[in-house]
Design a protein around this ligand. Structure first.
Ligand code: PLP
Length: 291
């Protein structure tokens, strides 16, 4: 397996970064998770735009142009002959000393592209749906660190994931500091109620997912149902007609139970099933061609 590291394709065993990189020392860096389907990279430009936005927010200058990053992604996929893949893009702060100050990071940021195949949940759960729980760890708030930055510092989400697994669930609902629903540990959350699709807006603590965007478009344009980005409570989730999660890694996964409350009749709903189908069509027929 070839890994892209700072402009070169190297073997997995040789893809190494210094222990003085602030990405390791402090989680100081940004990342993206992208997928390729059927020989096309889905919404590559949107992912790169978000990577650049995350980097800008933490005042990290990515040392190459977006066009060259696009080429690097394609090159890495080609060298691994991957046409259906998960792509992990990482930009670290670079090597510094043991202090916090990134001014000491005189080496340029490291760029890493890993391409592989993953599926987040076992295949049968996409048909059956998953059971999730609300966890104690709250989603960090805008007034400490923007939850919209896709940063290498993922401890907030990792703690939530561990709490879910410890509680016997596959995924965690994270509330914000006000007690409203923010998102799951690495996925956005949606509910359907009386034919309308709802999802929490960015300021509630939701990372603005690209799958989330695609699903909102499909709901409006293909399913012709209203979509509202609105504050939702856990009460709204328990009493929803349908619930599902979205993310690049997870794709669209139905939720059939939340905190032991069955969602409607405990089976994936119609809107969810239709969105999964529309999303499959969209991902197979659009995107940046690899060849
Ligand atoms: C990446 C991510 C998502 C999902 O975003 P996509 O662009 O759909 O992959 C949701 N929540 C968090 C915390 C994330 O890091």
């Amino acid at each position: 397996m070839k890994i892209y590291l700072d402009g070169k394709l190297v073997e997995k065993e040789d893809a190494k970064i210094s222990v003085f990189d602030h990405g390791l020392l402090y989680g100081d860096g940004v990342f993206e998770g992208i997928r390729a389907y059927n020989g096309r990279v889905f919404r590559l430009k949107e992912h790169l735009d978000r990577l650049w936005a995350s980097a800008k927010t933490i005042n990290l200058k990515i040392p190459i142009q977006q066009k060259d990053m696009e080429k690097a992604v394609i090159e890495t996929l080609l060298s691994n002959e991957l046409f259906d893949a998960y792509i992990r893009l990482i930009v670290t702060r670079g090597c510094g000393d043991l202090g916090l100050d990134p001014i000491k990071c005189t080496m340029p940021p490291s760029l890493v592209i890993i391409t592989d195949t993953i599926s987040l949940y076992p295949e049968e759960l996409y048909g059956k749906g998953i059971e999730i729980i609300t966890v104690p760890t709250r989603r960090m708030t805008q007034d400490s660190l923007s939850p919209n930055i896709k940063s290498l510092n993922y401890l907030n989400n990792i703690l939530a994931k561990m709490e879910a697994v410890r509680g016997g669930a596959m995924e965690a609902i994270m509330l914000n500091s006000e007690g409203y629903v923010a998102e799951c540990s690495g996925d956005n959350i949606f509910i359907v109620k009386n034919g309308t699709l709802y999802t929490p807006p960015g300021p509630e603590g939701a990372l603005l997912g690209i799958t989330r965007d695609a699903v909102m478009e499909l709901a409006k344009n293909k399913l012709k149902i209203p979509v509202r980005e609105e504050r939702i409570s856990i009460y709204n989730v328990y009493n929803a007609d349908e619930c599902f999660l979205t993310g690049t890694a997870a794709e669209i996964v139905p939720v059939v139970s939340v905190d032991s409350r069955e969602i409607f009749n405990g089976e994936p709903g119609k809107v969810t099933i239709n969105l999964i189908k529309e999303f499959k069509d969209l991902t197979r027929s659009t995107g940046t061609p690899i060849k």
